[in-house]
Design a protein around this ligand. Structure first.
Ligand code: PLP
Length: 406
């Protein structure tokens, strides 16, 4: 019996993608091993973060990096860093300093999403620019750099940018405008790798800070993320995340990460609730290194799982499976399952969710009669559970079994 069975919790097959709500993804074995190893000895967290910084910097091209408790936490800590810089007095007054100073974070209106409250966690307020006219099909214009510039005031502490393939304005243009006014740009790139080139891309395009999830395709612990970028900002984020229950005489800033002498030793910061344990830091770093070394193999495994689903459902009545390879999606391979009639997609999804094990497919396009199989959150062989469940439902339907008792 595994731990979930002992606790009486129903197992889930997460073919939605790296859905946090369903456990995210299955950690890579290297990260699990690192976690167990790290759990057996103690270490100064700032020393471990300084080491993590070197690894993250090497792989992202940034000056420095930090393991956070997720991309959300990375955005919150990063925005906090933009508010305080390395000013210890300000750090100690967070988040009140941000309310009192009326700190603002500028964001394109069409970048608004339910993760963006991360930018407001340290006490700043989001200020929207641009129109949503393309949602109505009446507009053709992108948010223009001048519109962003016009929104920058002395209260602006950062420009928030949500990176998404095919969604503008181009980061480099936003950076150019913000730089002119000395305002840092913080990028939400939580789910932008793969493709691998995105690991370095946003830093290369001039972002001051970039936030990524550790528990999505990197296959690190669910409760991890990375913040990378300018050394002074990463240091300010770290200082507000670390436990600071330390006598000033006993504390030295992590070498190579916190630049220059500080005017005192900060107290617990607003990010104290976003603490990360040694096990998670170690595992996140190992997951990142493993991902960089083995991404092509991951892609192959994901592709095999997809092909297994396509083969497995071939010939089933009422469903057509189309395999979309990595080149087509630009990210990871997927399988599109189209049901006839269209209204069946939602019913099938619900029947899958109610099964044992509960099988979850992406229902993002259910209105079009489509469910999407995403292989990234699965363990080896779990695609067979998906096929079996579909066979049970659709096969049973064909023979009339699925209809009894309705
Ligand atoms: C997943 C996601 C987040 C949150 O990432 P966590 O690592 O779960 O905190 C933020 N923004 C976007 C766009 C995401 O997809």
């Amino acid at each position: 019996m595994n731990v979930y069975e002992r606790l009486g919790v129903r197992p889930v097959v997460n073919a939605v993608g790296t859905q946090t709500r369903l456990g995210g993804t299955i950690m890579c074995p290297e990260a699990v091993e690192a976690m167990v190893e790290a759990s057996r000895a103690d270490v100064a967290i700032e020393d471990l973060q300084a080491a993590a910084s070197r690894v993250i910097a090497r792989h992202t091209g940034a000056e420095a990096g930090l393991v956070t408790s997720g991309a959300f936490a990375a955005l919150a800590l990063g925005t906090g860093a933009c508010i305080t810089g390395l000013d210890v007095a300000r750090m100690n007054r967070m988040p009140r300093h941000a309310y009192e100073a009326g700190c603002e974070v500028v964001i394109c209106r069409h970048h608004r999403n339910s993760y963006d409250k991360a930018f407001e966690v340290p006490g700043a307020r989001l200020v929207e620019v641009g129109l949503l006219d393309r949602a109505l099909g009446v507009g053709v214009r992108e948010v223009e750099p001048e519109e962003i510039e016009a929104a920058l005031t002395p209260r602006t502490v950062a420009v928030a940018y949500v990176a998404m393939e095919g969604v503008g304005p181009p980061l480099a243009e936003v950076v150019a405008v913000a730089r002119r006014r000395g305002v840092p740009v913080v990028v939400d790139a939580a789910n932008q790798v793969p493709p691998m080139r995105n690991l370095r891309r946003f830093i290369a395009e001039g972002a001051d800070l970039v936030a990524m999830s550790g528990g999505k395709a990197f296959r690190g612990p669910q409760s991890t993320g990375f913040l990378c970028g300018r050394r002074d900002l990463v240091a300010a984020a770290l200082l507000q995340q670390l436990d600071m229950d330390v006598a000033p005489a006993a504390w030295t800033p992590p070498p190579g990460l916190v630049p220059g002498p500080l005017a005192g030793v900060p107290r617990h910061g607003f990010g104290r609730g976003f603490k990360v344990g040694k096990e998670e830091i170690a595992a996140a770093v190992v997951a990142l290194e493993t991902f960089v070394a083995r991404e092509p193999e991951y892609q192959q495994e994901w592709a095999e799982r997809c092909r297994g689903v396509v083969r497995g459902v071939a010939g089933l009545p009422g469903v057509e499976a189309v395999y979309l390879d990595q080149e087509t999606t630009g990210r990871v391979p997927l399988v599109e399952l189209t049901f006839v009639p269209r209204s069946r997609a939602r019913q099938i999804a619900e029947a899958l969710r109610r099964g044992q094990p509960a099988v979850h497919l992406s229902e993002r396009r259910a209105e079009e009669g489509r469910l999407i199989f995403n292989p990234v959150g699965l363990d080896h062989g779990q695609e067979k559970d998906v096929v079996e469940a579909l066979r049970r439902i659709l096969g049973g339907e064909a023979s009339g079994i699925g209809r009894t008792g309705r």
